[in-house]
Design a binder for this molecule. Sequence first.
Ligand SMILES: C[S@@+](CC[C@H](N)C(=O)[O-])C[C@H]1O[C@@H](n2cnc3c(N)ncnc32)[C@H](O)[C@@H]1O
Length: 679
Amino acid sequence: MSNKQRPVLKLNKPATPPAPPKGKPARPAAGKGTPYQGGKPKEGAAGAPRGDGAKPFRAGGGRPDQAGAPYGADRPAPLRGERPAREDVPGKAPYRTERAERTDRPARDGASGNAPFRTERSDRPARSDAPYRTERGPRSDDAAGKPPYRTERTERAPRSDDGKAPYRAERTERTPRSDEGPFRAERFNRRDDASGSAPYRAHAVKANPPRTPDPAAAPVARRSEFNENGLRPSYHRDFKTAPQTSFNADVKPDSLAFALLGAAAAVVRVREGMALPQALAIVFNDTQATPQARGAIQDIAYRAMRKLGWSDALVGIMAPKAPEPMVGALLACALPLMMKDADGSEAYSQFTVVDQTVTAAGAHPDTARAKSMMNAVLRRFQRERKELLETLEGNSVAQWNYPQWWIDAVITAYPKDWQAVLAAGNEAPPLTLRVNARRATVADYLNTLEEAGIAATQVGRYAVRLAKPVGVHQIPGFDDGVVSVQDAGAQLAAPLLDVQNGMRVLDACAAPGGKTCHILELADVDMTALDADAKRLERVGENLQRLGFSAQLQPAEAQHDSWWDGKLFDRIVADVPCTASGIVRRHPDIRWLRRKSDTLQLATLSREILDNLWKMLAPNGKLLFVTCSLWPQESEAQAAVFAVRHGATRLDAPGQLLPTGGAEQNHDGLYYALFQKDA
Ligand SMILES: C[S@@+](CC[C@H](N)C(=O)[O-])C[C@H]1O[C@@H](n2cnc3c(N)ncnc32)[C@H](O)[C@@H]1O
């Protein structure tokens, strides 16, 4: 049976990719920021080649050198100098010019150049906090040194939700509009002018200068609106905008500052619940980053994910209170860059990291006010590194960089190996290839690699691991289908199934098609590749095409049978959706995105899938149950009850592959169980 036809996608047309946000400002012209020092990210330092079992790297989310069509490659970069300097742009960044105007005021605590609103309060008693602290909204725990207006607000019975209501009531009185007072309308107008940047705060104060009525003349109920100077207190510190993750800062697109801001925007999105590859794709699109900048952004973001517990703990020690999202994310990106890699090298010099982080902070509206705080934190880390790191001893989240529930779950499941498992999950994954048995032997292919000057070793029947990752298109034979990228552990699936020519095979959770393609490399089978995600299923089609195979592509849910034609399958692969806790080294964001309760939910879905597929299996047929999870509830416990429920015969299979690293176990944490249906 020939497998050379083109693959067929039966249903759903691919969805149109989302349009870029409207009205996005053009990328700023070259501005501040010094270029990279050692700017190119270390090869392979970032995450993940596309492998099987992985969440998709949507466009641009792959390794810097492996991603598909580069973002921005087909879009000409804006000309330098296309935009006038910020100071010349009306409505742009007034906080800078504003500060310049106010140079005559005395600097506070050495933090000159603070935002203008301070002058309103300049005569109130200095607080003991660091200057940046005063820039934030009032905190309930700030008992000492509270400025008078806070007390007043409390007296005026604020709304129960956020305690910020009083000024609203005031505004309502002064405006015919029912929803927004003039202050607010002003803000919105300014915001349009300022292309989404933050300066409306300063403008709002200018446009509505504090009135100085005679407090005695004010109605008693409103007298407390004014402080001892007769000035109405300003509430603009209370406004919290959503993080401006799409803001295009005025820094050089080839600077580390640019890459840090891009990575920080991605980290903010991950903290909001988005997968990192998706977050990076949005950042690349927003910033129109060059391929080199994309590589740097991705590298920094992946490092940040692998050290997030550590950097959060450090910031917790050094910053007096929890930073705003972009501030915290920028620190989470910068701090790991100040540590040496395992091989003793460092991606950037420490000086560059501090300098560029501060430049980045000053160029973004969400971080500009925290610039001096960030400078202080990074310099303190430089100075007191040893003592600070000692302080973290005993903090397991900081030490292992996983949520505590995750650490506990690994200890419970693998009391002997938990440290090796956790440590291996923090390593960058190797690049492992699967040699297409129809096209070459492993020995032949190793020769080809050697001729190309690429060092590699055989690590499985079809598996070859490169000593150093390279871009997929630089891998000899990749584009021609001689090899594919697939983790060594994942390469065990197809041989376990013992497929023979002419068999009818179902890959029930197929995308991106690693196991589908491997099966087709071993035998001429009638393959159905099913996946609930039609978009991901397209990647199966692409892989089949590259390798010259065909299959029926079926976008459908495996727990349902409406798609099934009633003909039994000889072999079924159920590589079910799971927590993906076994592939964290490829996807270091997963640990921060998952919740403990996800395990139970996903185990329920996979039970439904297994039960549904079992009825589609022919007598004597085999069903291979696969997860990329470390949690027994999703894997062995599931397999055990499944076998009992259906009277299935269990055949030899590897069970849980522990990803403990080292030469032998340098693979993902997969689980395999094989069942046979009695005749
Ligand atoms: C672990 S990945 C599969 C990896 C794939 N077998 C390979 O080797 O390349 C799990 C896949 O299950 C798909 N999926 C999730 N829920 C599903 C469902 N209810 N039915 C079918 N597929 C589902 C996901 O879209 C994802 O592509």
